[in-house]
Design a protein around this ligand. Structure first.
Ligand SMILES: Nc1nc2c(ncn2[C@@H]2O[C@H](COP(=O)(O)OP(=O)(O)OP(=O)(O)O)[C@@H](O)[C@H]2O)c(=O)[nH]1
Ligand SMILES: [Mg+2]
Length: 183
């Protein structure tokens, strides 16, 4: 069974792992919900208020790989110090990019890529970190709206998977991508 390993905010406290799949995205986009949907109910904390996940959380996935839930970006940190700590935590994390088999970048299917999302995508491209874009919360859209948004927001991006973490829609497609990356 998938299980929690530890929470950490500094590189020196990160666990020894081999292969990681990391879930990134804006605060409140559904990263922790997606982890729970993929692996086990109540593995990660979810909530209505942005900034629910404050530390980097590592989960062992059946001894096969490590899933990593990171705090969302684009969330107004309470203080300058908190913003600095957040940036350092993320730098520490991405400095071990050799371990990262796949980054699952979650965006909102109703909004597309925000400036913060574009920055993250640019970073992943520049560092040659493999990623898929997952457009979440499609249960909030009609089929028509979803088709429109695919054209408007995700045109020309070939690595997008449209899902609902809450309603478990199209999760298989993401599972395939993850399994392929960690094999
Ligand atoms: N309708 C709908 N709501 C969702 C879906 N996925 C997540 N949510 C809701 O979105 C809110 C935020 O979900 P979280 O999983 O806590 O988001 P997060 O990205 O981990 O947020 P932070 O930890 O703050 O970065 C919760 O109220 C979820 O119930 C979805 O597929 N559809
Ligand atoms: Mg979270």
């Amino acid at each position: 069974m998938p299980s929690f390993i530890k929470s950490a905010k500094e590189g020196k406290d990160f666990p020894e792992t081999e292969k990681e799949v990391v879930f990134v995205g804006r605060s409140n986009v559904g990263k922790s919900s997606l982890l729970n949907c993929l692996y086990k109910k109540n593995l990660a904390y979810t909530g209505k208020t942005p900034g629910k996940t404050r530390l980097i959380n590592f989960f062992d996935i059946d001894g096969r790989y490590t899933a990593v839930d990171v705090p969302g970006y684009g969330y107004a940190r309470r203080s300058q110090q908190e913003a600095v700590d957040y940036a350092k935590m993320m730098d520490d994390y991405f400095s071990r990019k050799g371990k990262i088999r796949l980054t699952v970048m979650i965006v909102d299917s109703r909004i597309g890529l925000t400036k913060d999302d574009q920055d993250m995508k640019g970073y992943l491209d520049s560092q040659q970190i493999p990623y898929v874009i997952v457009a979440n919360k499609i249960d909030k859209l009609s089929n028509n709206q979803l088709n429109n948004n695919k054209r408007l927001f995700f045109n020309g991006m070939n690595n997008v998977i449209y899902i609902s973490a809450e309603k478990r829609k199209n999760i298989d497609q993401l599972v395939y991508a993850i399994e392929d990356a960690v094999k």
